[in-house]
Design a binder for this molecule. Structure first.
Ligand SMILES: [Zn+2]
Length: 183
């Protein structure tokens, strides 16, 4: 927080905000949206990236990242596939919306296929590779939402249309704010 800001509860509000001591500007901090794609080859394999950046350097991930301004979630998801996997993707369904209130994030995960055969490691990836579902390195996946997206992808692999998934039951310990009892 900049030094000329202090934490106050603005009039008419119910929680602490960063307020400028000089002009009263309120710095509203809101959740971030992550967008990604489970890219499959139509033959049961999915495209995963091994992270070249923190957090979770060296772990595998579904290509995904923070949405930019002035783009849709689907555009952001496709852009992330290009940035991390140097692949052009055609999105065909919204796979799931997963929420991680612990870190104030909402993850939109799509399903897509490559528009052409090219792919490769972008600057944020050590390597990019196809994995058959049974070969996915589950214990080396970077984030829970990627695990859920891949498992949900497998359930609807042969379905053109389906209801998008959400956080699986019993996963609250991974997503909800820590309390003394949950630590
Ligand atoms: Zn100010």
């Amino acid at each position: 927080m900049p030094t000329n800001f202090s934490l106050q509860i603005p009039a008419g509000e119910d929680r602490m905000r960063q307020v400028c001591d000089t002009c009263g500007f309120i710095n509203y901090v809101n959740p971030k949206i992550v967008a990604g794609v489970v890219v499959d080859d139509g033959q049961g394999r999915v495209l995963l990236c091994r992270r070249a950046i923190e957090p979770r350097y060296g772990f595998w991930t579904v290509p995904a990242g923070f949405m930019e301004e002035r783009e849709t979630t689907a555009q952001g998801a496709a852009r992330e596939v290009w940035e991390e996997a140097r692949a052009k993707v055609t999105i065909n369904a919204l796979l799931g919306i997963y929420e991680v209130p612990r870190i104030s994030q909402v993850h939109f995960m799509y399903r897509g296929t490559l528009s052409d055969d090219g792919f490769g490691a972008g600057p944020e990836s050590l390597e990019v590779a196809w994995f058959a579902y049974e070969d996915i390195p589950w214990d080396q996946l970077a984030f829970p939402t990627g695990v859920w997206a891949l498992k949900d992808w497998a359930k609807v692999q042969n379905q053109a249309a389906f209801v998008p998934f959400s956080n699986p039951p019993g996963s609250e310990h991974l997503t909800h704010p820590r309390t003394p009892a949950s630590d």
